[in-house]
Ligand binder design. Structure first.
Ligand SMILES: C[S@@+](CC[C@H](N)C(=O)[O-])C[C@H]1O[C@@H](n2cnc3c(N)ncnc32)[C@H](O)[C@@H]1O
Ligand SMILES: [Zn+2]
Length: 277
């Protein structure tokens, strides 16, 4: 939903200008005042992916994969989770709940939002929340749009690249990144982008697939990588180091099967907690 308060959270992913207007053409679009870039709004989803002449192969292969499986994703996810990743899907719901609670009536960024499944299950009591859901796959976003259209929640879905989040600095209270970080082309750059958009007391909760935990999962992940779907995936400890390298502190993680769940605080909040201790 493109309300004035939501527009105040956005910025142009191409030039960084925070002034975006609703265009006056027949086709709905957001227009950047700074560089005149047009971002079409299709079925309520804003396409804020900057045009790329040479998209990285890992990115477009991952996008194609998710466009292909969007229709069956919700049915397949719990089966894959139990049978291949060996992790109860209820853990995703727990994590979504934690991230939504920490948004504390402010702004929650779901990146990637996918089809929005575990998120929708926990949103019901949080009517005062603004949710921004970002993903690169149109088909996953369309599923999410259908899921949220009959709710009265303030949800804006955006197609965007994680390396150029179309969000202003310091506007997000909590980031929910379910099964996402392993699909990011440049994980540290994306985590820095998350940190840039977060408030000083921001909270990040996510999960990622990692290697070295489950044989069956490793076999499938190797195959993904061979086809160039995901970039290289490492162990849980490796990802924890990357989180700390990006500016997050107080990083906690636990692995269940091949899924690593993590949380962290933006640096400013970590500094405050240390002072008050
Ligand atoms: C495993 S799904 C997880 C979706 C959702 N969080 C869930 O669990 O239902 C990974 C999602 O990340 C998105 N994705 C992968 N790489 C991306 C990128 N570089 N930029 C934006 N979205 C990306 C895919 O389109 C896909 O929807
Ligand atoms: Zn611009």
């Amino acid at each position: 939903m493109l309300s004035k308060s939501v527009l105040e959270l956005l910025q142009c992913p191409s030039c960084g200008d925070p002034h975006l207007q609703i265009g006056s053409d027949r086709r709905p679009a957001l227009v950047c005042v700074g560089c005149d870039a047009r971002f079409p709004v299709v079925d309520g989803i804003v396409d804020m992916t900057p045009p790329e002449k040479m998209p990285a192969p890992g990115n477009y292969r991952t996008e194609t994969l998710f466009n292909l499986i969007a229709g069956v994703y919700d049915a397949v996810l719990p089966l894959m989770s139990l049978g291949v990743w060996r992790c109860s899907p209820l853990r995703y719901v727990d994590m979504a709940n934690q991230a939504v609670g920490r948004a504390n009536g402010g702004v929650l960024l779901a990146a990637p939002v996918g089809t929005g499944a575990p998120l929708e299950r926990v949103l019901a009591p949080y009517h005062d929340l603004t949710v921004i859901g970002i993903d690169q796959s149109w088909k996953m976003l369309r599923k999410a749009a259908r899921r949220f259209e009959d709710t009265d929640h303030n949800v804006l879905l955006i197609r965007a690249s994680f390396q150029h989040l179309p969000l202003r600095d310091g506007v997000v209270d909590s980031v929910h990144s379910l099964n996402g970080i392993h699909t990011f082309e440049n994980r540290v750059a994306t985590l820095r982008e998350f940190a840039r958009c977060m408030t000083d007391d921001g909270f990040l909760a996510g999960s990622a697939l990692v290697r070295g935990q489950e044989g069956v999962a490793d076999t499938l992940l190797d195959r993904y990588e061979r086809y160039g779907v995901y970039p290289l995936l490492r162990t849980a400890e490796f990802l924890a180091r990357e989180l700390e390298e990006a500016p997050f502190e107080d990083v906690h993680f636990a692995t269940y099967g091949a899924v690593m769940f993590y949380s962290g605080l933006s640096r400013a909040q970590a500094a405050q907690s240390a002072e008050s201790a």
